[in-house]
Design a protein around this ligand. Structure first.
Ligand code: ADP
Length: 396
């Protein structure tokens, strides 16, 4: 017995443990496992060969809504939705018969079931150990609900914002479209003039040429129409759609995007949102684009700063407007950009396009608001912009 027990000894088991009898060793190990169970954030469930639960960690209790006492001796399939629930005993049997590992030591994303019947996505890792003649399986479970929701949400936001960037770079695009449109329009003008001149001396030959010129005019008009249609398709999702939106939500979502990775840079983020300033009349995607640009600029500006303080605040001005402020503890504005900050192609960054703030300006102005800067109380820059106050959640 002691020999087979030694096979499950933890690699880093201490010398004193070796001196324990087999049973004492099992107890010692159990105490060890229990101490781990209490502390790991992932749920940990130990089952025997028959699929019955031997141990259920505190995190598992929180995750599944059962207490350990409820589940000791119960089949682990209780924690699974159909069809795994009905099939789990079969999975175990198949494993004992064939030794084929489909999940043990591999891990997989699957679905589990809480006490209240709700199913949720999990990341499941299973380890196997032998205790004497018996085998036990330990499952580590991470709840992916939030992670999946967050990732999906971020993904949606990112694709929407990418679309907005396309639309807001329209200013630049307009130049090339004007150029493109110019070509068929010039051609039409030329052909029309030629046709008119040819009609001065109409004969069979000139009439044939007039027909040709008019055909060309028609074709070029179709081409111009196509260019316009392409442009319309391009911006079709970009028509501003102003709705009453919750400002806290807009700020929350935009900061989630802007702050990705900023923890590593040690940015101290503070949201100071006026509880009476909750509703705004905006195009959600566009205003998120403004928030995102301003937050990213602030984070970039603080890259070299000792203290990295980012404060996003809102204030109900009481005159029909709300003010949103993004304040940082960066170096402040470089004098050469300060005067023409909101103009396109103004940048102090090696890889900067200098379009971010001009886009912000365009969007805020399209919302009839104002955008301006001041030194921030953290010694850096504060960007303020105003939005139409649409009242307060709950009582309008
Ligand atoms: P880009 O970020 O591509 O340079 P922007 O229009 O967003 O374009 O910004 C223009 C310039 O304004 C930046 O290059 C930078 O010099 C300055 N700037 C913007 N935000 C800040 C800030 N929070 N602190 C200091 N300078 C800033």
């Amino acid at each position: 017995m002691s020999c087979s027990v030694r096979r499950v000894k933890l690699d880093h088991a201490t010398d004193p443990e070796k001196k324990l009898s087999g049973t004492a060793q099992v107890f010692a190990r159990e105490a060890h496992i229990r101490s781990i169970l209490e502390t790991v954030p992932d749920a940990m469930i130990v089952i025997g060969e028959d699929g019955r639960i031997l141990s259920f960690s505190a995190a598992a209790e929180r995750m599944f809504g059962y207490s350990e006492a409820d589940l000791l001796g119960e089949n682990v399939s209780t924690l699974m939705p159909s069809p795994d629930r009905e099939r789990h005993d079969g999975y175990l049997r198949r494993y004992f018969d064939t030794g084929e590992r489909r999940i043990i030591g591999i891990g997989r994303v699957t679905t589990a079931r809480r006490r209240n019947g709700a199913t949720f996505p999990i990341n499941l890792h299973i380890g196997e150990a032998r205790i004497g003649e018996d085998r036990v399986f330990t499952g580590f479970i991470q709840d992916l609900t939030e992670r999946q929701e967050t990732e999906q949400k971020l993904h949606e936001l990112q694709s929407e914002l990418a679309h907005v960037s396309r639309i807001t770079s329209m200013g630049t695009l307009a130049t090339s479209i004007a150029h493109e449109l110019n070509q068929p329009l010039t051609a039409i003008a030329n052909y029309a003039e030629t046709a008119r001149d040819l009609l001065d001396n109409p004969d069979a030959e000139t009439l044939a040429l007039v027909r040709e010129a008019l055909d060309e005019c028609a074709q070029q008009s179709v081409r111009a129409g196509q260019i316009v249609r392409r442009l319309r398709d391009f911006i079709s999702r970009g028509e501003t759609e102003r709705r009453v939106e919750n400002l806290d939500r807009l700020v929350g979502e935009a900061s989630a995007l802007a702050l990705i990775g900023s923890k590593e840079q040690g940015v101290d983020v503070d949201l100071k949102l006026d509880p009476t300033a909750t509703l705004v009349l905006v195009d959600r995607i566009q205003i998120q684009q403004v928030l995102l640009n301003l937050m990213r600029n602030a984070i970039e500006a603080m890259e070299e700063s000792g203290a990295r303080q980012l404060e996003i605040s809102s204030l109900r001005q009481g005159d029909g407007w709300l003010r949103v402020t993004i304040a940082d503890s960066g170096p402040g504005l470089a004098p050469e950009v300060a005067a023409k900050l909101f103009q396109p192609f103004v940048s102090t960054k090696a890889a900067g396009m200098g379009l971010g703030l001009s886009i912000c300006h365009t969007i805020v102005r399209a919302h009839e608001g104002r955008i301006w800067t001041e030194p921030s109380r953290f010694g850096g820059t504060a960007f303020h912009f105003t939005l139409i106050d649409a009242g307060r959640d709950g009582n309008g």
